[in-house]
Design a protein around this ligand. Structure first.
Ligand code: SF4
Length: 238
């Protein structure tokens, strides 16, 4: 599985205290995407699944897990696997997916997924989506549309995106207004900003589309840290 980054406790990506897994790889090409660093399917972002599973189980005080982009559905095979693992190991957790695909596209199998073992694209299917969605509680679905951007709607960066509640484990009233969160890992020197950046209506998107990648402070610990993670900004979108 190609993973851009992981957060061991977030309160801005859904209700409660959540693990966030940011997948690496997305070719949906939403104009104005806040995290283009996640777009390439980069071999150096390959994670060892047993290590990832151990890390997930090691996190304390967690109430759920959020899968975000890049595009989780473009690694559908591993995404399905990790949802199965969590349902087995932590059945009390809620599962949220951010995806750039619309629900209609997913339901009719109109998506594709990247098989990293041979770098081949595979066609999705309604059956595969049914298996994956059977493990999810909430889907935030649809491309990020820059012309419809909003900071009014919980968990959505643009008004065309929809919330699809698949179980009653999460309800609309459980969702907080958009917020941004910064985490700092003193062991690795990693700074991560996640959630929905405030003040973005004042941001001139015509002048600078470069993602606001945050460099970690120059701590000695960085040299010994996990180079699997980048500082990153993850804003609105799938
Ligand atoms: S907003 Fe999400 S779906 Fe759109 S290009 Fe960015 S990562 Fe991909």
């Amino acid at each position: 599985m190609l993973l851009h980054g992981k957060i061991g406790g977030s309160s801005v990506n859904g209700p409660g205290n959540r693990i966030v897994l940011h997948f690496q790889g997305c070719d949906l090409g939403c104009v104005g995407c806040w995290n283009p660093d996640t777009h390439l399917f980069r071999g150096d972002k390959l994670v060892n699944m047993p290590d990832l599973e151990d890390w997930i189980l090691d996190q304390k005080g967690i109430t759920g897990i959020t899968f975000s982009g890049g595009e989780p559905m473009q690694q559908a095979q591993f995404f399905w696997y990790i949802t199965e693992f969590i349902k087995r190991q932590r059945p009390e957790w809620s599962l949220i997916l951010f995806t750039g695909y619309s629900i209609k596209e997913l339901e009719r199998g109109a998506f594709k997924w990247y098989r990293e073992t041979d770098a081949e694209w595979q066609q999705g299917s309604a059956k595969l989506w049914k298996e994956i969605s059977g493990n999810l509680d909430l889907v935030v679905a649809g491309r990020y549309n820059e012309s419809k951007r909003t900071n009014e709607l919980p968990l959505r960066g643009s008004t065309n995106q929809e919330l699809v509640f698949l179980t009653d484990r999460i309800k609309e009233g459980d969702l907080s207004p958009q917020e941004v969160e910064m985490t700092f890992d003193p062991e690795t020197g990693l700074v991560q900003i996640t959630g929905f950046p405030v003040g973005w209506e004042e941001y001139d998107m015509t002048k600078d589309r470069k993602p606001a990648t945050v460099e970690a402070p120059p701590l000695k610990a960085m040299a010994e840290g996990d180079d699997d993670d980048d500082g990153m900004l993850v804003g609105a979108g799938g």
